[in-house]
Design a binder for this molecule. Sequence first.
Ligand code: DAS
Length: 362
Amino acid sequence: MKPCLPVLAPVLLALGLLLSPASHAAESETAPPRPRVTILATGGTIAGAGASAADSATYQAAKVPVEQLLAGVPQLADLAEARGEQVFQLASESFGNEQLLALGRRVAELAENPEVDGIVITHGTDTLEETAYFLTLVERTDKPIVVVGSMRPGTALSADGALNLYNAVAVAGNPQARGKGVLVTLNDEIHSGRDVAKALNIKTEAFKSPWGPLGMVVEGKSYWFRLPAKRHTLDSEFDIRRIDSLPRVDIAYAYGNLDDTAYRAFARAGAKAIVHAGTGNGSVAAPLVPALRALREEGLQIIRSSRADQGGFVLRNAEQPDDRYDWVVAHDLNPQKARILAMVALTRTQDSKELQRIFWEY
Ligand code: DAS
């Protein structure tokens, strides 16, 4: 005859295998409060929708509102008290300086709010790396700020957005994520907002950091292996609350047979700096040097970076006499990140030696 539970209960209780209703209630009363995470939605594929489940690459980005994103992942409630806010509904290739500033200001307001423990930003993947770097430069907080996107729309088979969002909220609610700069989580990895870039445009394993991810997030738990080495957030000299506008900085992509047409056009359009996305070690074709030197003499900053897609490593006076030409080198920043740093730095200095210090430190 099977012994019934009332007989077994005292034994199970004694063994701690069965919590009495009272201790259950006590346990839930003693469970730590869930972190309060705000999710700022801006659009992108993570909010995308395709016509059929087989459409993993053919879809419209920036369609699904934030309430629906959150409703699609009810497990978020196990991780945090999550609330959503729709900041924009854009494919991120359409982000401009105005979106960067508006998003940065909203993040700063939330970071100052004692009722907010962490912030997640859902974002298109095309310019996610630029936004993440911008925020790491200008947000003066140690609260976790996690930028997340997806490579497939939520309507597709094996969509990656729901788990990416779950992991992003897990990291944003994790006190261990404090003070590590702005983070990017996709594909189970935790990357530094400074280092990460979109290396592939079709795989879920799209984002790479040349020096490796900071960690992993698996089943909502974060595992850390490295820390950022460059200045960021609380250690930054920049503050979104003191930036009214961003100067124009353009990127000229180098290739064989390039002439100075693009550089002169950018200068005429009012660029304060041009990032030269050079071949190899940020090389500059000989016929181009006089034009870039002339632009420098007219007051425009020249910043040498590398078009190498796994990240460059441009050193001063290696390929070009930067000291003599008074040019700046972008160190290991790719051209699009060099542009972000140049814009932010130019809000505080026009001095090329100060600019170079900033490129070494950030
Ligand atoms: N167009 C892309 C963007 O919004 C879609 C994506 O991959 O998120 O960045």
